[in-house]
Design a protein around this ligand. Sequence first.
Ligand SMILES: [Zn+2]
Length: 122
Amino acid sequence: MLIIFPRLWTDYFYMGFKNLSPPNTFNTKLFYMEPQIFCQSCTLPLDNVDDRGTEKDGTKSEMYCKYCYQNGAFTDPDMTLDQMMDIADTEMKKQQLPENIIRQSMDMLPRLKRWQPVSAEV
Ligand SMILES: [Zn+2]
């Protein structure tokens, strides 16, 4: 399944990262201190409730966006971190994001909850 990242995603990246300067202060701690919530699968910001995925009972997910997560399950459950990074990298280059934004996103992806070892889950 091909994920089409919306134009919105690009705008959100600019909004999300411009507060994170200088870039070398970007780390896990700072990431979690940010008030902004990011999709824990693809880094799409979830500030807009309409962008959030849905749980089985129809409530909005606090953790994942609507492109990654619907009805309590990932839309593409077999996707690997490498594939997600490929897609994000390709899409961001296509949208001509600055190189440092792309690097920060690539740095952030492996730290997201979806990509942590299975043993970390309850
Ligand atoms: Zn997502």
